[in-house]
Design a protein around this ligand. Structure first.
Ligand SMILES: C[S@@+](CC[C@H](N)C(=O)[O-])C[C@H]1O[C@@H](n2cnc3c(N)ncnc32)[C@H](O)[C@@H]1O
Length: 282
């Protein structure tokens, strides 16, 4: 997940589902007459900001787009800038003191969006604590994330494989914090309440990304793999071969072929979580 170019090129299926998930919760959001700034955390290469978020926001809303990875921020600013985005900033959503960050200077925010980000964040409580602080009273946070995915079991298996283990020693940092939860929506809801939010929607349900070729599938899974950037160039493709083989074994990926046309469709299965939460007015 470190290569902005790869995620831009192969992230189409991820962005299509993100747009659908946002549309499902959008009617629950409230928009005060005077537009307030919007913060995006984990903006990645900035395509989602430009193509999905900006077109849905009320006119004259300004956005601050942020990401922990300076390469993502640079790419977003240079390749996907839009007038509505007034600043692209580096922000670790788990920052120990969010009041000292550049993002703080542009706040407080009426909305904070984190699309497919919180499963990358080992300390969700710290992230929610910071987001609560960044919001204006009455402001709302919107999250989509992976609650569970057998891909994370593949990380576990591969971390024991003698060929790949040296690159995956810290693999547990890259597993969604909800992977072993019996009721991820309940866990997230409780954490939101403990951090001061009023949960509006918190739901976990199976979802699928859909790819239309083996090469699209390969590019898409490679673009969000947490370890591929550490693998030497001459071994990267074998790493992805092993990764894909295991993803089919654990049925994270399933493939169908249309007998008439020969067209294949690959489904990427995971349990999605979507949350909307409000900071109380008083
Ligand atoms: C799957 S990408 C999603 C990008 C974008 N939101 C989208 O949906 O196209 C996850 C992003 O979260 C960022 N990220 C991971 N950990 C983060 C953290 N602690 N704070 C802020 N961003 C983080 C990654 O750098 C990456 O760009």
């Amino acid at each position: 997940m470190e290569d902005p170019q790869l995620f831009s090129e192969y992230g189409g299926a991820y962005r299509r589902l993100a747009a659908q998930l946002l549309d499902e919760v959008w009617p629950s959001l409230s928009w005060p007459d005077a537009p307030q700034p919007v913060l995006e955390v984990g903006c990645g290469p900035g395509i989602l900001t430009r193509e999905v978020l900006v077109p849905r926001l009320p006119p004259s809303t300004v956005i601050v787009a942020s990401d922990v990875n300076p390469a993502m921020v640079k790419h977003a600013k240079e390749q996907n800038a839009v007038p509505a985005v007034k600043a692209y900033e580096v922000l670790d959503v788990m920052d120990a003191d969010v009041t000292k960050t550049a993002v703080w200077q542009h706040g407080p925010y009426g909305k904070v969006f984190g699309v497919m980000v919180l499963h990358w964040v080992p300390d969700n409580r710290r992230a929610l604590h910071n987001i609560y602080k960044l919001l204006a009273p009455g402001g709302e946070a919107v999250f989509t994330l992976k609650a569970y995915c057998t891909m994370f079991d593949v990380y576990r298996y591969m971390a024991k494989n003698s060929r790949w283990s040296k690159y995956m020693k810290d693999f547990d940092k890259y597993i969604t914090p909800y992977q072993n939860s019996k009721d991820p929506a309940c866990d997230l809801r409780n954490m939101l309440i403990e951090e001061g939010f009023e949960p509006v929607i918190v739901k976990a349900e199976p979802r699928t990304y859909v790819f239309h070729s083996d090469s699209e599938t390969r590019g898409a899974v490679k673009s969000v793999n947490a370890f591929v950037s550490r693998i030497p160039d001459d071994e990267k493709e074998s790493y992805i071969d092993d990764f894909l083989e295991d993803c089919y074994k654990v049925k994270m990926l399933t493939k169908e072929k249309d007998e008439k046309s020969g067209q294949i469709t690959v489904f990427y299965h995971y349990i999605s979580m979507v949350a909307v939460a409000r900071k109380p007015q008083h």
